[in-house]
Ligand binder design. Sequence first.
Ligand code: NAD
Length: 475
Amino acid sequence: MLANYIDGRFVEAAGASPIPVLNPARGTVIAQIPDSPRSAVDEAVAAARLAQPGWAALTNSERAGHLRQIASKIRDHHEALARLLTEENGKLLDLARGEIAGTADYFDYMAEWARRIEGEIIPSDRRGETIMMLRKPMGVIGGILPWNFPFFLIARKTGPALLTGNTIVIKPSEETPGNADFFARLLDECDLPPGVFNLVHGTGKTVGEAISSHAGIDMVSFTGSVPTGIEIMRQAAANVTKVNLELGGKAPAIVLDDADLDIAIPAIHISRVLNNGQVCNCAERIYVQRGIADEFTDKFVKAMAATSFGDPLGNEAVDMGPLIYERSAARVAGMVERAVSEGATLLTGGAHREVGGGHYFEPTVLAGAAQASEIMQKEIFGPVIPIHVVDELDEAIAKSNDSDYGLTSSVYTRSLSSALKASSDLNFGETYVNRENFEAIQGFHAGMRKSGIGGADGKHGLMEFMQTQMVYLQN
Ligand code: NAD
Protein backbone atom coordinates (compact mmCIF):
# COMPACT_ATOMS: atom_id res chain seq x y z
CA MET A 1 0.00 0.00 0.00
CA LEU A 2 1.33 3.48 -0.85
CA ALA A 3 2.38 5.55 2.16
CA ASN A 4 1.58 9.15 3.01
CA TYR A 5 4.44 11.68 2.99
CA ILE A 6 4.31 13.78 6.14
CA ASP A 7 7.05 15.95 7.65
CA GLY A 8 9.69 14.63 5.27
CA ARG A 9 8.97 10.93 5.95
CA PHE A 10 6.91 8.20 4.32
CA VAL A 11 4.42 7.00 6.91
CA GLU A 12 1.89 4.17 6.70
CA ALA A 13 -1.70 5.07 7.56
CA ALA A 14 -2.14 2.29 10.13
CA GLY A 15 -5.52 0.54 10.08
CA ALA A 16 -6.87 2.53 7.10
CA SER A 17 -9.01 0.60 4.63
CA PRO A 18 -7.24 0.01 1.31
CA ILE A 19 -8.51 1.51 -1.96
CA PRO A 20 -7.48 -0.34 -5.14
CA VAL A 21 -6.01 1.70 -8.01
CA LEU A 22 -6.83 0.39 -11.50
CA ASN A 23 -5.19 0.57 -14.89
CA PRO A 24 -8.23 1.91 -16.77
CA ALA A 25 -7.18 0.27 -20.05
CA ARG A 26 -6.90 -3.21 -18.55
CA GLY A 27 -9.05 -3.18 -15.43
CA THR A 28 -6.14 -4.63 -13.44
CA VAL A 29 -5.20 -3.51 -9.93
CA ILE A 30 -1.84 -1.73 -10.07
CA ALA A 31 -1.58 -0.29 -6.54
CA GLN A 32 -3.43 0.34 -3.32
CA ILE A 33 -3.76 3.48 -1.25
CA PRO A 34 -5.04 3.95 2.28
CA ASP A 35 -8.27 5.83 2.94
CA SER A 36 -6.32 7.79 5.55
CA PRO A 37 -8.06 8.88 8.74
CA ARG A 38 -8.54 12.53 9.72
CA SER A 39 -5.60 12.14 12.13
CA ALA A 40 -3.24 11.79 9.13
CA VAL A 41 -4.48 15.15 7.83
CA ASP A 42 -4.03 16.62 11.34
CA GLU A 43 -0.41 15.41 11.35
CA ALA A 44 0.27 16.76 7.86
CA VAL A 45 -1.26 20.15 8.67
CA ALA A 46 0.68 20.33 11.95
CA ALA A 47 3.94 19.58 10.10
CA ALA A 48 3.12 22.17 7.43
CA ARG A 49 2.31 24.82 10.06
CA LEU A 50 5.53 24.15 11.94
CA ALA A 51 7.63 24.37 8.77
CA GLN A 52 5.94 27.46 7.31
CA PRO A 53 7.64 30.34 9.20
CA GLY A 54 11.14 28.99 8.51
CA TRP A 55 10.26 28.39 4.86
CA ALA A 56 8.83 31.91 4.51
CA ALA A 57 11.97 33.34 6.12
CA LEU A 58 14.09 32.15 3.17
CA THR A 59 14.53 34.65 0.37
CA ASN A 60 12.37 34.25 -2.72
CA SER A 61 15.50 33.32 -4.65
CA GLU A 62 16.40 30.61 -2.15
CA ARG A 63 12.93 29.10 -2.45
CA ALA A 64 13.17 29.37 -6.25
CA GLY A 65 16.36 27.29 -6.08
CA HIS A 66 14.35 24.48 -4.49
CA LEU A 67 11.75 24.67 -7.27
CA ARG A 68 14.48 24.44 -9.91
CA GLN A 69 15.91 21.37 -8.18
CA ILE A 70 12.44 19.73 -8.28
CA ALA A 71 12.12 20.59 -12.01
CA SER A 72 15.44 18.99 -12.74
CA LYS A 73 14.56 15.80 -10.78
CA ILE A 74 11.33 15.50 -12.80
CA ARG A 75 13.29 15.79 -16.05
CA ASP A 76 15.70 13.05 -14.89
CA HIS A 77 12.73 10.65 -14.55
CA HIS A 78 10.68 11.88 -17.49
CA GLU A 79 9.94 8.59 -19.26
CA ALA A 80 9.22 6.53 -16.11
CA LEU A 81 6.83 9.21 -14.89
CA ALA A 82 5.06 9.37 -18.27
CA ARG A 83 4.57 5.58 -18.36
CA LEU A 84 3.19 5.54 -14.83
CA LEU A 85 0.83 8.39 -15.69
CA THR A 86 -0.48 6.51 -18.74
CA GLU A 87 -0.79 3.30 -16.74
CA GLU A 88 -3.03 4.82 -14.07
CA ASN A 89 -4.86 7.45 -16.15
CA GLY A 90 -5.17 5.85 -19.62
CA LYS A 91 -3.97 8.93 -21.53
CA LEU A 92 -1.80 8.55 -24.63
CA LEU A 93 1.91 8.28 -23.89
CA ASP A 94 2.77 11.37 -25.91
CA LEU A 95 0.25 13.41 -23.93
CA ALA A 96 1.68 12.00 -20.70
CA ARG A 97 5.19 12.92 -21.88
CA GLY A 98 3.97 16.45 -22.57
CA GLU A 99 2.36 16.64 -19.15
CA ILE A 100 5.58 15.60 -17.40
CA ALA A 101 7.66 18.08 -19.42
CA GLY A 102 5.08 20.82 -18.79
CA THR A 103 5.18 20.10 -15.07
CA ALA A 104 8.95 20.56 -14.93
CA ASP A 105 8.60 23.77 -16.95
CA TYR A 106 5.92 24.99 -14.56
CA PHE A 107 8.25 24.73 -11.57
CA ASP A 108 10.96 26.56 -13.52
CA TYR A 109 8.49 29.22 -14.64
CA MET A 110 7.30 29.87 -11.08
CA ALA A 111 10.94 30.07 -9.95
CA GLU A 112 11.43 32.93 -12.46
CA TRP A 113 9.04 35.06 -10.38
CA ALA A 114 11.38 35.12 -7.38
CA ARG A 115 12.84 38.54 -8.21
CA ARG A 116 9.62 39.97 -9.62
CA ILE A 117 7.09 39.76 -6.78
CA GLU A 118 6.71 43.35 -5.66
CA GLY A 119 4.71 45.23 -3.06
CA GLU A 120 3.44 48.77 -3.66
CA ILE A 121 4.06 52.25 -2.29
CA ILE A 122 0.94 54.40 -2.49
CA PRO A 123 0.81 58.23 -2.11
CA SER A 124 -0.86 59.29 1.14
CA ASP A 125 -3.30 62.19 1.81
CA ARG A 126 -1.43 62.87 5.08
CA ARG A 127 1.80 64.82 5.13
CA GLY A 128 4.82 62.79 6.17
CA GLU A 129 3.08 59.47 5.75
CA THR A 130 4.14 56.53 3.57
CA ILE A 131 1.58 53.90 2.67
CA MET A 132 2.97 50.50 1.75
CA MET A 133 1.31 47.33 0.59
CA LEU A 134 3.22 44.21 1.61
CA ARG A 135 2.51 40.79 0.14
CA LYS A 136 2.60 37.84 2.51
CA PRO A 137 2.04 34.11 2.14
CA MET A 138 -1.41 32.72 3.00
CA GLY A 139 0.19 30.14 5.34
CA VAL A 140 -0.71 26.49 4.74
CA ILE A 141 -2.37 25.53 1.46
CA GLY A 142 -4.61 22.47 1.04
CA GLY A 143 -4.40 21.20 -2.55
CA ILE A 144 -7.11 18.76 -3.71
CA LEU A 145 -6.53 17.23 -7.16
CA PRO A 146 -8.57 15.55 -9.92
CA TRP A 147 -7.37 12.56 -11.96
CA ASN A 148 -7.33 14.04 -15.48
CA PHE A 149 -4.04 16.02 -15.38
CA PRO A 150 -2.89 14.81 -11.99
CA PHE A 151 0.86 15.38 -12.29
CA PHE A 152 0.63 18.84 -13.81
CA LEU A 153 -1.85 19.88 -11.14
CA ILE A 154 0.65 19.05 -8.39
CA ALA A 155 2.87 21.73 -9.91
CA ARG A 156 0.02 24.19 -10.52
CA LYS A 157 -0.63 24.18 -6.79
CA THR A 158 2.78 23.43 -5.27
CA GLY A 159 4.89 25.72 -7.52
CA PRO A 160 3.21 29.05 -6.73
CA ALA A 161 2.40 28.01 -3.14
CA LEU A 162 6.01 27.23 -2.28
CA LEU A 163 7.57 30.12 -4.16
CA THR A 164 5.46 32.61 -2.21
CA GLY A 165 6.40 31.15 1.20
CA ASN A 166 3.48 28.83 1.86
CA THR A 167 3.71 25.18 2.81
CA ILE A 168 1.28 22.63 1.39
CA VAL A 169 -0.74 19.47 2.04
CA ILE A 170 -1.78 17.70 -1.17
CA LYS A 171 -4.52 15.13 -1.63
CA PRO A 172 -4.24 13.39 -5.00
CA SER A 173 -7.26 11.80 -6.66
CA GLU A 174 -7.85 8.25 -5.44
CA GLU A 175 -7.85 7.21 -9.14
CA THR A 176 -4.32 8.47 -9.87
CA PRO A 177 -2.23 8.50 -6.69
CA GLY A 178 0.88 6.75 -8.09
CA ASN A 179 2.30 9.76 -9.90
CA ALA A 180 1.93 11.85 -6.71
CA ASP A 181 3.77 9.12 -4.78
CA PHE A 182 6.54 9.19 -7.42
CA PHE A 183 6.67 12.99 -7.05
CA ALA A 184 7.04 12.70 -3.25
CA ARG A 185 9.86 10.19 -3.73
CA LEU A 186 11.70 12.59 -6.05
CA LEU A 187 11.12 15.45 -3.66
CA ASP A 188 12.46 13.33 -0.80
CA GLU A 189 15.79 13.20 -2.69
CA CYS A 190 15.82 17.02 -2.90
CA ASP A 191 16.92 19.46 -0.19
CA LEU A 192 13.42 20.69 0.68
CA PRO A 193 13.01 21.13 4.47
CA PRO A 194 10.65 18.58 6.13
CA GLY A 195 7.00 19.64 6.39
CA VAL A 196 7.08 22.03 3.42
CA PHE A 197 5.39 19.49 1.13
CA ASN A 198 3.04 16.83 2.51
CA LEU A 199 0.91 14.23 0.76
CA VAL A 200 -2.10 12.39 2.21
CA HIS A 201 -3.95 9.68 0.28
CA GLY A 202 -7.63 8.87 0.57
CA THR A 203 -11.14 9.58 -0.65
CA GLY A 204 -12.86 12.93 -0.91
CA LYS A 205 -15.24 12.07 1.90
CA THR A 206 -12.42 11.40 4.38
CA VAL A 207 -9.19 13.17 3.43
CA GLY A 208 -10.74 15.80 1.12
CA GLU A 209 -13.29 16.90 3.70
CA ALA A 210 -10.70 16.82 6.48
CA ILE A 211 -8.51 19.23 4.48
CA SER A 212 -11.22 21.66 3.37
CA SER A 213 -12.81 21.86 6.84
CA HIS A 214 -9.49 22.09 8.72
CA ALA A 215 -8.92 25.15 10.89
CA GLY A 216 -5.18 24.88 10.20
CA ILE A 217 -5.58 25.30 6.43
CA ASP A 218 -5.45 28.92 5.20
CA MET A 219 -6.53 28.33 1.61
CA VAL A 220 -8.01 25.39 -0.28
CA SER A 221 -6.88 25.19 -3.88
CA PHE A 222 -9.20 22.74 -5.59
CA THR A 223 -9.48 21.43 -9.14
CA GLY A 224 -12.40 19.15 -9.95
CA SER A 225 -16.12 19.05 -10.62
CA VAL A 226 -18.73 21.71 -9.82
CA PRO A 227 -20.65 19.59 -7.25
CA THR A 228 -17.44 18.89 -5.31
CA GLY A 229 -16.46 22.56 -5.54
CA ILE A 230 -19.79 23.48 -3.93
CA GLU A 231 -19.17 20.94 -1.13
CA ILE A 232 -15.70 22.34 -0.56
CA MET A 233 -17.05 25.89 -0.27
CA ARG A 234 -19.49 24.64 2.36
CA GLN A 235 -16.79 22.84 4.32
CA ALA A 236 -14.38 25.78 4.11
CA ALA A 237 -17.07 28.26 5.21
CA ALA A 238 -16.92 27.06 8.84
CA ASN A 239 -13.42 28.56 9.17
CA VAL A 240 -13.85 31.33 6.57
CA THR A 241 -11.04 29.64 4.65
CA LYS A 242 -10.21 31.13 1.27
CA VAL A 243 -11.11 28.86 -1.66
CA ASN A 244 -9.59 28.84 -5.12
CA LEU A 245 -11.75 26.68 -7.38
CA GLU A 246 -10.98 25.42 -10.89
CA LEU A 247 -14.13 23.57 -11.90
CA GLY A 248 -15.81 22.05 -14.93
CA GLY A 249 -16.45 23.46 -18.37
CA LYS A 250 -18.79 23.23 -21.36
CA ALA A 251 -16.69 24.97 -23.98
CA PRO A 252 -18.51 26.15 -27.11
CA ALA A 253 -16.63 26.07 -30.44
CA ILE A 254 -18.14 28.60 -32.87
CA VAL A 255 -17.47 27.93 -36.57
CA LEU A 256 -18.46 30.81 -38.84
CA ASP A 257 -19.11 30.69 -42.59
CA ASP A 258 -15.70 32.23 -43.31
CA ALA A 259 -13.76 29.75 -41.13
CA ASP A 260 -10.79 27.83 -42.52
CA LEU A 261 -12.10 24.28 -42.13
CA ASP A 262 -8.61 22.84 -42.54
CA ILE A 263 -7.85 24.54 -39.22
CA ALA A 264 -11.22 24.23 -37.46
CA ILE A 265 -11.94 20.54 -38.07
CA PRO A 266 -8.65 19.03 -36.84
CA ALA A 267 -8.51 21.49 -33.94
CA ILE A 268 -12.01 20.66 -32.66
CA HIS A 269 -11.59 16.95 -33.36
CA ILE A 270 -8.32 16.72 -31.43
CA SER A 271 -9.72 18.81 -28.62
CA ARG A 272 -12.75 16.52 -28.27
CA VAL A 273 -10.81 13.25 -28.12
CA LEU A 274 -7.76 14.63 -26.25
CA ASN A 275 -7.15 12.88 -22.92
CA ASN A 276 -9.90 10.50 -24.05
CA GLY A 277 -12.45 13.33 -23.99
CA GLN A 278 -11.69 14.29 -20.39
CA VAL A 279 -10.32 17.84 -20.41
CA CYS A 280 -12.01 20.73 -18.59
CA ASN A 281 -11.41 23.15 -21.46
CA CYS A 282 -11.95 20.93 -24.51
CA ALA A 283 -14.73 21.65 -27.03
CA GLU A 284 -18.01 20.29 -25.63
CA ARG A 285 -20.54 21.79 -28.10
CA ILE A 286 -20.30 23.23 -31.61
CA TYR A 287 -22.24 26.19 -33.04
CA VAL A 288 -21.76 26.17 -36.80
CA GLN A 289 -23.09 28.86 -39.12
CA ARG A 290 -25.72 27.64 -41.61
CA GLY A 291 -23.79 28.45 -44.82
CA ILE A 292 -20.96 26.07 -43.97
CA ALA A 293 -22.87 23.64 -41.74
CA ASP A 294 -23.25 20.72 -44.21
CA GLU A 295 -19.63 20.74 -45.33
CA PHE A 296 -18.34 21.13 -41.77
CA THR A 297 -20.59 18.38 -40.40
CA ASP A 298 -19.69 15.93 -43.17
CA LYS A 299 -15.94 16.38 -42.73
CA PHE A 300 -16.06 16.55 -38.93
CA VAL A 301 -18.08 13.34 -38.64
CA LYS A 302 -15.54 11.57 -40.88
CA ALA A 303 -12.69 12.74 -38.64
CA MET A 304 -14.44 11.59 -35.46
CA ALA A 305 -15.42 8.24 -37.01
CA ALA A 306 -11.80 7.60 -38.04
CA THR A 307 -10.52 7.98 -34.46
CA SER A 308 -8.87 4.75 -33.33
CA PHE A 309 -8.92 3.72 -29.69
CA GLY A 310 -7.33 1.14 -27.43
CA ASP A 311 -4.83 0.49 -24.66
CA PRO A 312 -2.21 3.25 -25.03
CA LEU A 313 0.55 1.13 -23.47
CA GLY A 314 -0.33 -1.82 -25.73
CA ASN A 315 -0.42 0.22 -28.95
CA GLU A 316 1.22 3.63 -29.02
CA ALA A 317 -0.41 4.44 -32.37
CA VAL A 318 -4.02 4.71 -31.11
CA ASP A 319 -5.69 8.15 -31.17
CA MET A 320 -7.57 7.72 -27.90
CA GLY A 321 -7.44 5.68 -24.70
CA PRO A 322 -10.14 4.51 -22.30
CA LEU A 323 -12.37 6.51 -20.02
CA ILE A 324 -11.16 6.64 -16.43
CA TYR A 325 -13.71 4.14 -15.13
CA GLU A 326 -16.82 2.17 -16.06
CA ARG A 327 -19.29 4.60 -14.48
CA SER A 328 -17.98 7.38 -16.77
CA ALA A 329 -18.88 5.28 -19.81
CA ALA A 330 -22.32 4.56 -18.31
CA ARG A 331 -22.85 8.28 -17.59
CA VAL A 332 -21.86 9.30 -21.14
CA ALA A 333 -24.06 6.54 -22.62
CA GLY A 334 -27.02 7.82 -20.57
CA MET A 335 -26.51 11.37 -21.86
CA VAL A 336 -26.37 10.19 -25.49
CA GLU A 337 -29.49 8.02 -25.07
CA ARG A 338 -31.45 10.89 -23.54
CA ALA A 339 -30.30 13.28 -26.30
CA VAL A 340 -31.51 10.86 -28.98
CA SER A 341 -34.80 10.20 -27.19
CA GLU A 342 -35.36 13.98 -27.06
CA GLY A 343 -34.94 14.26 -30.83
CA ALA A 344 -31.20 14.57 -31.59
CA THR A 345 -29.79 12.56 -34.50
CA LEU A 346 -26.79 10.30 -34.03
CA LEU A 347 -24.34 10.96 -36.88
CA THR A 348 -21.58 8.59 -35.74
CA GLY A 349 -20.63 6.50 -32.70
CA GLY A 350 -23.02 6.24 -29.78
CA ALA A 351 -21.88 3.02 -28.11
CA HIS A 352 -20.06 2.07 -24.91
CA ARG A 353 -17.40 -0.50 -25.83
CA GLU A 354 -15.54 -2.72 -23.39
CA VAL A 355 -12.25 -3.90 -24.84
CA GLY A 356 -9.57 -5.80 -22.92
CA GLY A 357 -10.94 -4.64 -19.56
CA GLY A 358 -11.02 -0.94 -20.59
CA HIS A 359 -14.19 1.13 -21.01
CA TYR A 360 -14.39 3.25 -24.15
CA PHE A 361 -17.06 5.43 -25.64
CA GLU A 362 -17.06 5.59 -29.42
CA PRO A 363 -16.25 9.09 -30.72
CA THR A 364 -19.77 10.41 -31.19
CA VAL A 365 -21.40 13.31 -33.02
CA LEU A 366 -25.01 14.39 -32.56
CA ALA A 367 -27.05 16.90 -34.55
CA GLY A 368 -30.28 18.75 -33.86
CA ALA A 369 -30.11 18.84 -30.04
CA ALA A 370 -32.10 21.72 -28.58
CA GLN A 371 -30.18 24.49 -26.83
CA ALA A 372 -31.97 23.73 -23.54
CA SER A 373 -31.25 19.98 -23.69
CA GLU A 374 -28.93 18.21 -21.24
CA ILE A 375 -26.32 17.36 -23.91
CA MET A 376 -25.99 21.10 -24.76
CA GLN A 377 -25.98 22.24 -21.13
CA LYS A 378 -24.10 19.67 -19.00
CA GLU A 379 -20.42 18.71 -19.05
CA ILE A 380 -20.09 15.40 -20.96
CA PHE A 381 -16.43 14.62 -20.15
CA GLY A 382 -16.21 11.99 -22.88
CA PRO A 383 -15.60 11.92 -26.67
CA VAL A 384 -19.11 13.08 -27.60
CA ILE A 385 -20.11 16.41 -29.16
CA PRO A 386 -23.40 17.93 -30.36
CA ILE A 387 -23.47 20.20 -33.45
CA HIS A 388 -26.03 23.00 -33.38
CA VAL A 389 -26.66 25.14 -36.48
CA VAL A 390 -26.97 28.93 -36.05
CA ASP A 391 -27.77 31.75 -38.47
CA GLU A 392 -25.32 34.35 -37.27
CA LEU A 393 -22.53 35.16 -34.83
CA ASP A 394 -24.87 36.96 -32.39
CA GLU A 395 -26.98 33.83 -32.02
CA ALA A 396 -23.87 31.69 -31.46
CA ILE A 397 -22.60 34.10 -28.79
CA ALA A 398 -25.97 34.26 -27.00
CA LYS A 399 -26.28 30.46 -26.99
CA SER A 400 -22.66 30.05 -25.86
CA ASN A 401 -23.22 32.40 -22.92
CA ASP A 402 -26.46 30.61 -22.03
CA SER A 403 -24.62 28.13 -19.78
CA ASP A 404 -23.84 27.58 -16.10
CA TYR A 405 -20.24 27.06 -17.16
CA GLY A 406 -17.85 29.82 -18.20
CA LEU A 407 -14.40 28.26 -18.50
CA THR A 408 -13.35 28.37 -22.15
CA SER A 409 -14.69 29.08 -25.62
CA SER A 410 -13.35 29.20 -29.17
CA VAL A 411 -14.22 30.86 -32.47
CA TYR A 412 -13.11 30.03 -36.02
CA THR A 413 -13.22 32.88 -38.54
CA ARG A 414 -11.02 34.73 -41.03
CA SER A 415 -12.65 38.04 -40.09
CA LEU A 416 -10.85 40.25 -37.59
CA SER A 417 -14.06 42.06 -36.69
CA SER A 418 -15.91 38.76 -35.97
CA ALA A 419 -12.97 37.60 -33.86
CA LEU A 420 -12.99 40.86 -31.92
CA LYS A 421 -16.77 40.80 -31.45
CA ALA A 422 -16.65 37.20 -30.20
CA SER A 423 -13.75 38.00 -27.83
CA SER A 424 -15.60 40.95 -26.37
CA ASP A 425 -19.09 39.38 -26.11
CA LEU A 426 -18.28 35.79 -25.08
CA ASN A 427 -18.33 35.60 -21.28
CA PHE A 428 -15.71 32.95 -20.62
CA GLY A 429 -12.43 32.89 -18.73
CA GLU A 430 -10.64 32.00 -21.98
CA THR A 431 -11.43 32.54 -25.66
CA TYR A 432 -9.30 30.88 -28.33
CA VAL A 433 -9.38 32.28 -31.86
CA ASN A 434 -8.67 29.73 -34.62
CA ARG A 435 -7.33 27.18 -32.16
CA GLU A 436 -8.39 25.06 -29.18
CA ASN A 437 -6.86 24.41 -25.76
CA PHE A 438 -4.25 24.34 -24.09
CA GLU A 439 -3.69 27.51 -22.10
CA ALA A 440 -0.25 29.07 -21.50
CA ILE A 441 1.51 28.91 -18.13
CA GLN A 442 2.06 32.68 -18.32
CA GLY A 443 -1.69 33.31 -18.90
CA PHE A 444 -4.45 33.19 -16.28
CA HIS A 445 -6.69 30.11 -16.26
CA ALA A 446 -9.92 31.13 -14.53
CA GLY A 447 -13.59 30.28 -14.99
CA MET A 448 -16.64 32.51 -14.92
CA ARG A 449 -20.02 31.48 -13.43
CA LYS A 450 -19.95 27.95 -11.95
CA SER A 451 -16.58 27.15 -13.56
CA GLY A 452 -14.73 28.54 -10.59
CA ILE A 453 -13.49 31.22 -8.27
CA GLY A 454 -10.06 32.75 -8.72
CA GLY A 455 -7.60 31.24 -11.15
CA ALA A 456 -4.18 29.76 -11.80
CA ASP A 457 -0.98 30.48 -13.76
CA GLY A 458 1.03 33.58 -14.55
CA LYS A 459 1.36 36.64 -12.36
CA HIS A 460 -2.30 36.64 -11.34
CA GLY A 461 -2.25 32.96 -10.40
CA LEU A 462 0.77 33.59 -8.18
CA MET A 463 -1.04 36.43 -6.40
CA GLU A 464 -3.80 34.02 -5.37
CA PHE A 465 -1.35 32.40 -2.96
CA MET A 466 -0.57 35.66 -1.17
CA GLN A 467 -2.48 38.06 1.06
CA THR A 468 -1.80 41.75 1.52
CA GLN A 469 -0.93 43.86 4.53
CA MET A 470 -1.17 47.66 4.41
CA VAL A 471 1.40 49.61 6.43
CA TYR A 472 0.69 53.30 7.27
CA LEU A 473 4.04 54.79 8.29
CA GLN A 474 3.75 58.26 9.82
CA ASN A 475 6.98 60.20 10.26
P1 NAD B 1 -14.11 15.35 -8.54
O1 NAD B 1 -14.75 16.63 -8.14
O2 NAD B 1 -14.94 14.11 -8.52
O3 NAD B 1 -12.85 15.03 -7.59
C1 NAD B 1 -11.77 15.90 -7.47
C2 NAD B 1 -11.08 15.70 -6.13
O4 NAD B 1 -11.97 16.08 -5.09
C3 NAD B 1 -10.68 14.26 -5.85
O5 NAD B 1 -9.42 14.24 -5.23
C4 NAD B 1 -11.76 13.80 -4.86
O6 NAD B 1 -11.33 12.77 -4.00
C5 NAD B 1 -12.00 15.08 -4.10
N1 NAD B 1 -13.31 15.15 -3.41
C6 NAD B 1 -14.46 14.51 -3.73
N2 NAD B 1 -15.44 14.84 -2.84
C7 NAD B 1 -14.88 15.71 -1.96
C8 NAD B 1 -15.38 16.41 -0.83
N3 NAD B 1 -16.65 16.28 -0.41
N4 NAD B 1 -14.55 17.24 -0.16
C9 NAD B 1 -13.27 17.40 -0.55
N5 NAD B 1 -12.73 16.74 -1.61
C10 NAD B 1 -13.54 15.91 -2.31
O7 NAD B 1 -13.48 15.59 -9.98
P2 NAD B 1 -12.72 14.55 -10.93
O8 NAD B 1 -13.73 13.58 -11.46
O9 NAD B 1 -11.50 14.04 -10.26
O10 NAD B 1 -12.22 15.53 -12.12
C11 NAD B 1 -13.01 15.86 -13.21
C12 NAD B 1 -13.60 17.25 -13.07
O11 NAD B 1 -12.55 18.18 -12.85
C13 NAD B 1 -14.31 17.73 -14.32
O12 NAD B 1 -15.50 18.39 -13.97
C14 NAD B 1 -13.32 18.72 -14.94
O13 NAD B 1 -13.90 19.69 -15.77
C15 NAD B 1 -12.69 19.32 -13.72
N6 NAD B 1 -11.38 19.91 -14.01
C16 NAD B 1 -11.28 21.27 -14.04
C17 NAD B 1 -10.06 21.87 -14.37
C18 NAD B 1 -9.91 23.36 -14.41
O14 NAD B 1 -8.79 23.82 -14.50
N7 NAD B 1 -10.98 24.15 -14.35
C19 NAD B 1 -8.95 21.08 -14.65
C20 NAD B 1 -9.09 19.69 -14.60
C21 NAD B 1 -10.32 19.11 -14.27
